[in-house]
Design a binder for this molecule. Structure first.
Ligand code: NAP
Length: 281
């Protein structure tokens, strides 16, 4: 069995992000009974742990009974049972949840996914013991279907062996993009916020298709697949996006007229302004 499949994996918080990571890991073949989590509401947590078990069934033979993820009462209980722990609560909850449980994180490998929390900030706030190996990241929710991104802070306190383990673990559900600390926020915006921009684009393009008679569901299917394929082609070929655009625009053709219209309406400037609006500079 691969090393990562033996790992016990903890989640402090199993909401949108923690839940997406857990779901992706289970879809990637990690059994739900390797997962331990705590959250604010125990009933909701228990239901989510059962759901993760149901996903695990996909990888099991028909007669085996489904394992379930383990619902824990607090961060200390999660840390005591696990080797790798994701901190996936809202950033303002981190001090109150992590500080009282700090000693339970001794010698553990911790992966933070919280916005605004860098290694320097954890160290300044003295939230974890020095023996904790810590990596700060910003993922996005497509990790739930193993198509995510993890923006990863280059500076961290992981040993070489742990770095390899983390690469293997997160690599199952995402593309890892290591960046300097100063680029964590912008990386998080592009990876974590821009999916909402893409959703708006997808909706607008589908509206246009509906306007010309395509049924709504078919329109979303067409647009989503077109975007998935275009992005996959860029990743596979490494081609400059402008070169890809040129290949679609024949001289005097109709596509270039659509591009000209986008330019007239300041499409690129609008996208850049949207990023500036989040970054606040
Ligand atoms: N959502 C994204 O796309 C995204 C992207 C990148 C990074 N992040 C980061 O991910 C982190 C979580 O964000 P989110 O969007 O997943 O938020 P969320 O959906 O609100 O989830 C927060 C989780 O924290 C749990 N929680 C609340 N109080 C707790 C307590 N006292 N003890 C243990 N757990 C507690 C919640 O449990 P209950 O629901 O039961 O209260 C929930 O499971 C944040 O730091 C955020 O910056 C999120």
């Amino acid at each position: 069995m691969a090393e990562v499949q033996k790992l016990k994996i903890g989640f402090i918080g199993l909401g949108n992000m923690g839940g997406a990571i857990a779901e992706g890991l289970v879809r990637s073949g990690i059994s739900a009974d390797k997962i331990y989590a705590c959250a604010g509401h125990f009933d909701k947590l228990t239901a989510k742990c059962k759901e993760l078990g149901t996903l695990t069934e996909l990888h099991m033979d028909a007669h085996a009974s489904a394992p379930t993820a383990h619902a824990c009462h607090d961060a200390a209980e999660v840390a005591d049972h696990t080797d790798v722990i994701f901190i996936a609560v809202k950033p303002d909850k981190i001090p109150e949840l992590i500080r009282p449980a700090a000693k339970h994180f001794s010698g553990k490998l911790v992966i933070s996914v919280a916005w605004g929390y860098t290694l320097e900030r954890f160290q300044k706030e003295r939230l974890l013991p020095e023996s904790t190996e810590l990596l700060c990241t910003i993922p996005n929710t497509p990790v739930s279907i193993c198509k995510g991104i993890f923006i990863v802070e280059k500076v961290n306190t992981l040993t070489e062996q742990s770095s390899k383990l983390v690469e293997e673990l997160l690599g199952r559900i995402s593309l890892l993009i290591p960046v300097d600390t100063r680029l964590m926020d912008i990386g998080g915006i592009v990876g974590g916020c821009a999916p909402a921009f893409v959703d708006v684009f997808m909706e607008a393009m589908a509206d246009a298709a509906v306007m010309y008679g395509v049924p709504r569901a078919t329109a979303y299917q067409m647009v989503a697949r077109m975007m998935e394929g275009t992005a996959a082609l860029q990743l596979a070929s490494g081609k400059h996006p402008a070169a890809m655009k040129d290949e679609v625009c024949s001289p005097g053709g109709s596509t270039i007229r659509g591009i000209a219209s986008l330019e007239e309406h300041g499409f690129r400037g609008t996208v850049i302004d949207a990023v500036k609006a989040i970054e606040g500079k």
